[in-house]
Design a protein around this ligand. Structure first.
Ligand SMILES: [Mn+2]
Length: 367
């Protein structure tokens, strides 16, 4: 089924490209168009020759919106507007903390929320599957897709513009579309796209292609953002600030119960950015565990707090243990050092893949 869909989508793309190229070729033979103008005219015609009808075309990303999904939608809608197409950016819900922080810093705003697609017309960015799309997309008309994930199951029988490529951020493909269409990038649009790329590539540390690098360099200039590292750090901190939550709510924000080798225990998994904040959060968890231990009725409580700062030689993880035998269990299971209530780790361990299996081995051993 997927293969058939993929073929259908590929055929649609090839058809449109062919139509576009033929149209351009005609223009070229009539007028004196320089070689460098040809791709620009071609790509413009790909987007503008499509019949969007009278209604508004909403440009929207996936559910649980992140910075790339929002910024790509806004910037692509902006491009369509500049090409004379009635388009409007939308978002499926409230912005996450990282995105809100960046937008507040740069003085740009969130698009309006559209949470049901039924009967409306869309260009999808940063996703192409119904499971990630807002509700009602099955009953909506999809007239374009721009993405950097695997091809999803959004099924369109008409010929539409689709572009999916393995790049760091969907926003880099939006940047490319501006360039290909010869449309100048306004400062605010540059800000949206830059935030997207910074977020998806962890400020150019993950999955960066030549296109992402070119887009990043140019958008940074246009947006006038010199210190992207400071912006990225602020975004990462905002994401991990657990703002508005009490310490107990933070402890329970990613918490799981276990019963292993006749012992019951619970373990929280938390993140902070930088060693100081990681240690501080771990210390606050000591208090939460002391205060809630009796009420929770378990043998032991644990919290792991990971330092999310990459490329650093700082301590990467702290653990807190509470209850009889809890500290001993940590020291038996791992190569870590104890410092008062805290256990210090040089590397970041996964609760699911490393911590629970190591503790299970110790808890289930007879000696
Ligand atoms: Mn993305």
């Amino acid at each position: 089924m997927k293969n058939v869909l993929f073929k259908a989508v590929s055929a649609a793309v090839v058809c449109l490209l062919t139509v576009g190229l033929v149209a351009c070729h005609r223009t070229d033979s009539k007028n004196t168009v320089s070689a460098s103008d040809v791709p620009m005219t071609c790509y413009r015609s790909l987007l503008t020759s499509f019949d969007y009808g009278e209604e508004t075309t909403y440009v929207i990303g996936h559910k649980t919106p992140d910075a790339d999904t929002v910024g790509s939608a806004v910037a692509y809608a902006g491009l369509l507007n500049r090409l004379g197409i009635k388009a409007q950016a939308a978002v499926s819900g409230e912005l996450n903390k990282e995105t809100s922080y960046a937008y507040a810093q740069l003085g740009i705003e969130s698009p309006a929320i559209v949470d049901n697609a039924e009967g409306k017309q869309f260009v999808l960015v940063d996703h192409s599957s119904y499971s990630q799309a807002i509700d009602g997309m099955n009953g909506a008309k999809v007239v374009g897709i721009l993405d950097h994930h695997g091809i999803g199951d959004v099924n369109v029988s008409e010929l539409i513009n689709v572009r999916c490529a393995p790049v760091g951020a969907t926003a880099s493909l939006v940047y490319l579309a501006y360039r290909e269409c010869g449309v100048e990038i306004p400062e605010d649009m540059a800000k949206y796209m830059l935030v997207s790329i910074i977020s998806d590539t962890h400020n150019m540390k993950r999955s960066v292609t030549d296109l992402d690098q070119t887009a990043y360099d140019e958008l940074r200039e246009i947006a006038g953002v010199e210190d992207t590292e400071a912006l990225y750090t602020g975004m990462a901190e905002a994401e991990m600030s657990y703002e508005g939550l009490s310490d107990k709510e933070i402890f329970l924000s990613d918490y799981k119960d276990y019963e292993i080798g006749g012992k019951t225990f619970g373990m929280a998994s938390l993140d902070a950015y930088g060693e100081e904040k990681t240690r501080d959060l771990a210390e606050r968890m000591v208090k939460v565990m002391e205060e809630n231990y009796a009420e929770m009725g378990l043998d032991m409580l644990f919290a792991k707090v990971s330092n999310a700062k990459e490329d650093s030689d700082e301590n990467m993880m702290y653990m807190v243990a509470y209850g009889e035998g809890a500290s001993e269990l940590l020291l038996k299971s791992f190569d870590c050092t104890q410092d008062g209530d805290l256990f210090i780790f040089k590397e970041n361990l996964s609760r699911k893949k490393q911590i629970i299996p190591a503790m299970t081995t110790v808890l289930e051993s007879k000696d």
